[in-house]
Design a protein around this ligand. Structure first.
Ligand code: NDP
Length: 453
């Protein structure tokens, strides 16, 4: 570390990965600044994981109210009403609280927060407004931004960014896309009483997830009254006040009150000056780095959504910790991208870790499949027709559990524990010798005795 420069490290972007890197590095004695143009906490805190989960909780209340009667509660359901602006306002209060916590965390760690938009002038100089800062290291942690496909009328199509601040809920909505964000928002809107249609260009949404999970989720979402249309895409949108006419690739036309695209996210590198410095971007626009987050310029590193690894907060956090150790610690450590557990907070939730059945077969494993499908106990008295799916993918030769997949209540919560077992290389015999917790849905994961394939 050299005193001839203003800082040892300037991190561009105060999202999950950038903040973790900055705090850890300051803790190791580095002089660190973070430049942020928008909001502390990045996508996750402001327009992603956190507000999304709060909306998901809000949408679930509807089911709880419906289920109450079977447990003896008398609720005049026809008199129950929902106020969207209240949910948004309460969510905003919570996000502001978290923004404050992030600010204090950085301050307490001794990190300087610079408010503004950064560009990189040379390998050791960052420009923010009319100021220039010199530094030994620069890390690009600028994240990603929603992409709206280029169709006529794209300017009136919303993305998840705007959905978090929507002033009023429409009666009807069209969601375009079939990934995480599309299915999560379909569940949120439908749960809050919006007649929701999800349009996906392929045969079946949630590409990359286990096929059983995809089919089961389709079935359960349809049961909830969500319209799912596959093999179709949007060709144009026309807006008149708050009414939208959506022209589809199959020749049909839909009338709706809102169109939202959840068609992926691109790396946010605009205006940074990376290509001018000779930093390579790959075909999808992500910053090219090596296993240690090093770009082609020795003093410049990058992490998080901007480098195209799985766009998940825990991945960015892990990268921040490894990079800090590399820059200012013992230089040890690598991020292990195997068996990353993930949840999709659609309704019901999806939880998944490890290989899908299809991936395991392609990888050459002799696969044994254990599968269980049942109605969760909670829904017996309430009469809800929702079902739960659990599936284990096991290597027939070694007995190792290669993957665990679930669709059902609390799938995200349940999958986290399974991820530890799978990461530790647990065998099916070890799952079988684990006592269940009775009565839970989760115990099914240790009581599936007979393979179905
Ligand atoms: P995804 O990449 O998950 O899904 C994008 C969807 O849009 C796919 O169904 C894709 O279809 C479709 N699509 C892409 N381009 C077009 C196009 N030109 N026309 C029509 N359809 C198109 O992106 P999301 O935006 O849903 O989410 C971004 C990332 O954010 C996720 O991958 C995930 O990593 C992260 N995330 C994680 C969450 C969680 O952990 N719970 C929640 C939300 C987001 P196809 O499959 O055919 O390519």
């Amino acid at each position: 570390m050299s005193d001839s420069q203003d800082y040892d490290l300037i991190v561009i972007g105060a999202g999950s990965g950038g903040v973790r890197l900055a705090r850890m590095s300051a803790g190791r004695g580095a002089r660190v600044a973070v430049v942020e143009s928008r909001y502390l906490g990045g996508t996750c805190v402001n327009v992603g994981c956190v507000p999304k989960k709060l909306f998901v909780y809000g949408a679930h209340v509807h089911d709880e109210l419906e289920d109450a009667a079977g447990y003896g509660w008398t609720l005049p359901l026809d008199q129950v009403s929902f106020d969207w602006p209240t949910l948004v306002a309460n969510k905003n209060t919570e996000i502001e609280r978290l923004n404050g916590i992030y600010g204090r965390m950085l301050e307490n760690a001794g990190v300087t927060v610079i408010d503004g938009t950064a560009s990189i002038k040379d390998p050791n100089t960052v420009v923010v407004g009319d100021k220039q800062y010199t530094t030994a290291h620069i890390t690009v942690a600028t994240g990603s931004w929603p992409v709206v496909p280029d169709v006529p009328g794209k300017e009136c199509i919303l993305t998840s960014n705007e959905m978090f601040y929507l002033p009023q809920l429409p009666k009807q909505a069209v969601i375009w896309g079939g990934g995480y964000i599309a299915v999560e928002f379909a569940g949120i809107l439908a749960g809050l009483g919006v007649e929701t249609t999800l349009l996906y260009r392929g045969d079946l949404f949630l590409r990359g997830f286990d096929n059983d999970v995809r089919q089961f989720t389709e079935q359960e979402m349809r049961k909830k009254g969500i319209h799912l249309e596959f093999g179709v895409t949007i060709e144009a949108v026309e807006a008149e006040d708050s009414h939208y006419t959506v022209k589809l690739s199959n020749g049909n036309v839909m009338e709706t009150g809102l169109v939202m695209a959840a068609t992926g996210r691109r790396a946010l590198v605009d205006g940074l000056g990376l290509t001018e410095l000779g930093i390579e971007l790959n075909a999808s626009g992500h910053v090219v780095v090596d296993d240690y987050f090093q770009t082609s310029v020795p003093s410049i590193t990058a992490l998080g959504d901007v480098i195209g690894t799985p766009q998940l907060t825990p991945v960015a956090l892990a990268q921040g910790m490894v990079l800090s150790r590399r820059l200012f610690g013992d230089g040890e450590g690598e991020v292990d991208y195997t068996a990353i557990p993930t949840a999709v907070f659609c309704q019901p939730n999806i939880g998944t870790v490890g290989l899908t059945e299809q991936e395991a077969r392609v990888a050459g494993h002799t696969v044994k499949i254990y599968r269980s499908e049942f109605r969760p106990m909670k829904y017996i008295l309430s009469g809800r027709e929702e079902r739960c799916l659990m599936k284990l993918v096991v290597d027939g030769a070694t007995d190792k559990v290669l993957g665990a997949h679930m669709v059902g209540p609390d799938a995200g919560e349940i999958t986290q524990g399974l991820a530890v077992a799978i990461k530790a290389g647990a065998t099916k015999a070890q799952f079988d010798s684990t006592m269940g917790i009775h009565p839970t849905s989760a115990e099914e994961f240790v009581t599936m005795r007979e393979p179905v394939a």
